[in-house]
Design a protein around this ligand. Structure first.
Ligand code: SF4
Length: 244
């Protein structure tokens, strides 16, 4: 494989395979680990966005070699598939069609909100696809601080709700939880439109809230999620309390 790769470390808790369609990401999240992973500084990573070279040709080749493989492919760990330039570049749009043509299983995770909605007709009725959004805040002022160039919370809520209404499998990445009360409120507000939840906490960030009882949050979030009837996964960052 050339552009589809096996997830490593904590990323394996999301999906066994992944592909990054773009270099860089314009959303500018303060907690983003991707610049470090790819060896770029935060400003450069957020300002120089371009499709990975020959990405669609290489993806086509990898997809051919994976026919019959049912492992889920994540788009994406080191960028967001719905960059503003996706509107004209159509990279994610074409990547979805390639993966579908080869009958492969995949999921999209984005903070691009309704920018993703133009691809919902491609996901509708394809049971091997799911659509996810990262949502850890209720207060827009906190999202503006931590995720300055991502779609607004309202826009992301709208995208998840619309996907659900089209019977696309939906999920929310509640990671990194920074303010436990806001995370619990996200669940409360979206419980009727989300099929799966993935929860992890912030780790080792200088701005993380001091004094959070993560053990108590873990118990509370598990109880709340059980009551929603949706499936959920608590990441090791949360269940391994040695990370506190
Ligand atoms: S959307 Fe994802 S890849 Fe983009 S800056 Fe935020 S955390 Fe990083």
């Amino acid at each position: 494989m050339q552009v589809i790769y096996k997830s490593k470390g904590k990323a394996q808790e999301y999906a066994p395979l992944a592909v990054n369609l773009y270099h860089g990401c314009s959303h500018g999240c303060l907690y983003c680990y991707a610049p470090k992973v790819v060896g770029r500084n935060h400003d450069d990573f957020g300002s120089c966005i371009r499709p990975v070279e020959n990405i669609l040709e290489l993806l086509e080749q990898d997809a051919s070699s994976l026919v019959g493989d049912d492992r889920e492919i994540m788009m994406s760990f080191e960028t967001d598939p719905y960059q503003p330039i996706e509107i004209t570049k159509n990279i994610t749009h074409n990547a979805i069609q390639i993966l579908k043509r080869h009958n492969l299983r995949f999921t999209l995770l984005t903070k691009g909100g309704m920018r993703a909605a133009r691809d919902f007709d491609l996901l509708e009725g394809y049971e091997k696809a799911s659509f996810g959004s990262t949502l850890v805040f209720i207060k827009q002022k906190d999202a503006d601080y931590w995720e300055p160039h991502a779609a607004s919370i309202a826009d992301r809520f709208e995208a998840i709700s619309l996907a659900h209404s089209k019977k696309i499998r939906t999920w929310v990445s509640l990671e990194p939880v920074i303010y436990p009360d806001q995370a619990l409120e996200v669940i409360e507000r979206l419980q009727n439109v989300v099929d799966h939840w993935k929860v992890g906490k912030i780790n080792y960030h200088e701005k993380q809230e001091a004094g959070v009882d993560w053990s108590q949050f873990q118990k509370k979030v598990a109880t709340v999620l059980k009551n929603t009837g949706a499936s959920y996964y608590l990441k090791k960052s949360l269940t391994d309390q040695s990370g506190n």
